[in-house]
Design a protein around this ligand. Structure first.
Ligand code: CA
Length: 441
């Protein structure tokens, strides 16, 4: 079960990598997220590593040293590529074995630590790549708060459509334009029509926004035609990351009916490079969203006792903004919002189960995103559209600037972390991007 604990999450564990033991580190020994890196400036192929403090452990080098055995060695052999897809495809037994072996190798007092240290690369010398080759990307819309806020701006009398509480709403996104944190973001061009304009026009989006989302990667896939119960779907989730679903609101408004988002979203999506495994998140499992008494219960194929009791994840997500002027003036980024992934109306397993329920085959490395994570409070709104209420309540920034939507030069940084009494705090690193000007047609 996803909430079962083992010795790898023991909060007392310490590592001989000292930086992993520092308070506030995103990557203590209890985390061990996977990513793909390349030495900065080198032409070496990208490699799979695990984050520990401010270092990256090169998994293939550990394997070559013979430090791993049986299932862990098999899992490490799957890491001899420039993506996590083969590791994701292996499934839970192998994931657990590799995590246990890596935890042992990095634990304080481990007798192999001199040899293992030779397989460390400082994060400061690495460039993070895409963690997986993403075949398909699906974006959901699973925050009731977000859907109600956005719905009430566009349809004040009828904010939630009748299907919302029965199915996790989603759409097929675009995988080719997903980039890792740090990659520059280009303001999109598109067709828009202002309310008072007679005809649409084409040009740079004027209402560029971000969306703070949580992503999750599929492990072993299903055969075409094979559906998954919620419990099965839960077991197939390899791990989680942060997603910025950059959104052009003016393009979206003109194009979204009748078939939903298209070019307003597909120009670019940014993901954080470290994938925090479902196993590392076990201590932070919480009950699924508590539905109102009047709400419909999910149909049986989207429901299980385990999902009700442990389907949620207590994970704080934050968005920070730093404008070009703030950077020049050395002014720190300002936090715009802080929400929690546990506030989603549907759990990750329900989204995956729903996705496969028609027999659509999901594949290792497929990425799902949750939809904008917004909470009930105003400062828990995960995009500018909601935070500024369509631009009618601008945000004031230090230095006197205001924002309704994003300006060129703005840097958006998302962070995520899990923290609770009796568990070690773990973090997700950053999902970052600076908006650059549109490319003129
Ligand atoms: Ca979205």
């Amino acid at each position: 079960m996803t909430h079962d604990l083992n010795e790898t999450q023991d909060p007392e564990l310490r590592s001989w990598v000292e930086s992993a033991n520092e308070e506030g580190s995103d990557f203590p020994i209890q985390n061990l997220p996977y990513g793909v890196f390349r030495l900065r400036g080198s032409s070496q192929r990208a490699r799979v590593g695990v984050a520990i403090g401010d270092q990256i452990l090169d998994i293939d080098r550990c394997r070559e040293q013979g430090a791993l055995s049986s299932a862990a060695a098999e899992a490490a052999a799957a890491c001899r590529q420039s993506s996590l897809n083969a590791l994701m495809a292996l499934g839970k037994e192998h994931w657990t074995a590799l995590r246990a072996a890596l935890s042992g190798l990095l634990a304080a007092g481990d007798h192999r630590h001199k040899a293992t240290a030779a397989a460390l690369v400082p994060m400061s010398e690495a460039e993070m790549q895409m963690p997986a080759q993403i075949g398909d990307y699906t974006d959901f819309y699973c925050s009731l708060h977000h859907a109600t806020n956005v719905g009430s701006m566009f349809r004040p009398d009828n904010p939630l459509l009748p299907n919302y509480k029965h199915i996790p709403i989603g759409y097929h996104g675009r995988s080719s334009s997903i980039v890792p944190s740090g990659a520059p973001v280009r303001r999109p061009l598109g067709q828009t029509k202002a309310d008072d304009a007679e005809a649409p026009s084409f040009g740079p989006s004027k209402l560029l926004d971000y969306e703070m989302e949580v992503g999750f990667f599929i492990g072993p896939g299903n055969d075409l035609g094979e559906a998954w119960a919620v419990e099965e779907a839960e077991e197939r989730i390899f791990g989680f990351c942060l997603v910025n679903d950059w959104s052009a609101r003016d393009i979206q408004k003109w194009e979204y009916q009748p078939l939903g988002p298209f070019l307003a979203k597909s120009f670019q999506t940014t993901v954080s490079p470290w994938v925090v495994t479902a196993e590392a998140l076990a201590p932070f499992r919480v009950p699924a969203f508590e539905r109102d008494e009047d709400d419909p219960q999910p149909l049986p194929h989207l429901e299980s006792g385990d999902n009700r009791a442990h389907g949620g994840i207590d994970m704080t997500v934050e968005v920070h903004l730093q404008t070009e002027k703030m950077r020049e003036d050395d002014v720190e980024a300002q936090r715009l919002s802080r929400g929690n992934f546990r506030d989603m109306y549907w759990t990750a397993a329900q989204m995956v189960s729903h996705h496969a329920s028609n027999g659509c085959n999901l594949q290792p490395g497929d990425l799902m995103a949750s939809g904008t994570v917004s909470g009930p409070e105003k400062d828990a709104r995960g995009c500018l559209l909601e935070l500024t209420w369509r631009g009618s309540e601008p945000i004031e920034l230090p230095g006197g600037e205001v924002r309704r939507f994003l300006a060129d030069g703005d840097e958006v940084t998302m962070r995520g972390s899990c923290e609770r009494e009796g568990a070690a705090r773990i973090g997700f690193g950053e999902c970052r991007g600076v908006v650059g000007p549109a490319r003129e047609p």
